[in-house]
Design a binder for this molecule. Sequence first.
Ligand code: HEM
Length: 497
Amino acid sequence: MTATPLKAQLPPGPKDMKVKQAMNMGYGLWDYLKKQQQEFGDYFTLRLPGQGPMVILSDPKAIKDVFSLKPEQYDASKTQLPMDVGEDNTVFLNQKEHQDSRKMIIPPLNTNRLKARAGVMHEIVTEHLNAWTVGDEFNIPRLVGDITLDVICYTVFNLREGDRKDTYKRLMLGWLLSACSDANFAIGSMIGAKRYRGILNKRYLKRTEKRDFGDGEKGLFPWKQAIDLKVQLADMIRQDIRAIRQRMDESETHMLSILARATDEKGNLLPEERVISETVGLLIGGHETSAATSAWFMLWLLKKPEVMQKIREEVKACIAQEGGFDPLKIAELPYLTACLNESQRLTPSAVGTVRWLTRDARIGDALIPAGACVFPCIYLTQRNKQVYGEDAEEYRPERWLEGNKFGPNEYFPFGGGRRACVGMNQARQQLRIIFAEFARRVAFDSVHSHTQEWPTPRQIGGQTEPEEGVLVTVTEVRPENTDFPANTIRQKAAHTA
Ligand code: HEM
């Protein structure tokens, strides 16, 4: 064991120029991180433009210390997200404000609400699959992103169909794509994400005040379209907030209604801009993360058809036992759960999480100076041979079914501590339902099924995705009631009639 130094100092790291290190992080970053770990060990420092030094950690002891940091020991407003979500969004808040904000956004995502939504999540997936025919081509992250937007329209806005839903979907997707563009992320990393967010937010507020919605098209500057679409999207959310506040209907359970009716300590309703900020925050939190996670999961399944087949058998057995597709039971299936866990272990969508230190902190074997960012590296830690054994680099879902318990400092694709992802259960439930139906009803072909090569990982909107996504062609799509026991089909037919 290394003795902890007495004076705070940055662990060693590569000497390349900051721009070169940033390029390596943006493209092919997993190999880059592995290479640095081999050279410098479980603590090393990267230096990127527009921000302080970043200490990459893959020692579970260090991860535990980071997730146990006290709120006053770090500053979340320095988070390098160059998108205008609003500075008073939960992600950027600190200390008590942050805890209060989480208390507000967690109730709409609690277990009972999730259970109540599982049936509609399944309905949405079924609608998508029922519209497919043999020969259809999809890019998995974009497809799952589309399903996710339907789920968001329902869970956040209580919209299942109609023009308003279509407009919400168009604006949400347009804004996300434009705000997450490489150009916007490059500007953010050059001038600093916090500064860039500030500039974007000022323009957005000015344009909102003038009710200048723009044409929503691309312009000379990369931020133009993102601002247009944010102004338009926020205007729709604002109209909904006002309608909800007119009704004040306590029986409403969709997220926007809960946020719009939430009050602060003094009993005042939150400012409209604050509710808008949390709403678009949930959108960012839930969309690209699920899309990227699904891309990696699909890649594993395409390369391991025997795993896909076993999932199919497990889902079929559950249907036979329950007399139909029970989304809550399906979302708890052990093998399916193990397969998704294993995918998120080896190929997590977030490469790590961040905490910007406001004071020197003892982290594992190191004493890291104030001003640095400590980065629990999900990717490197979850491949640790001391934790996962000699086969740590292998995709083996069975490891989750053999009585192993991996701690929150050894497996953390959703981050950890006081800032752990609030949408984890919703995301897991949704992804398990989607993939259960893919396994049961669809056969896919893909170039990835015929090669053991892996695509290069690439950073998109802060998430890691396969370079070109995952292109698939539908070769078979089975009817909705395939595998249902005959008596339940008859009952369903009688009921419909
Ligand atoms: C597979 C899907 C998802 C993944 C992999 C994921 C991953 C993460 C990670 C790594 C963090 C940072 C945690 C930390 O700093 O320790 C985070 C935070 C967060 N996530 Fe997720 N997430 C997913 C889905 C969602 C969904 C569906 C929502 C909303 C419905 C959501 C909302 C949030 C929010 C609001 C935060 C900030 C929490 C805070 O700062 O206190 N996420 N997520």
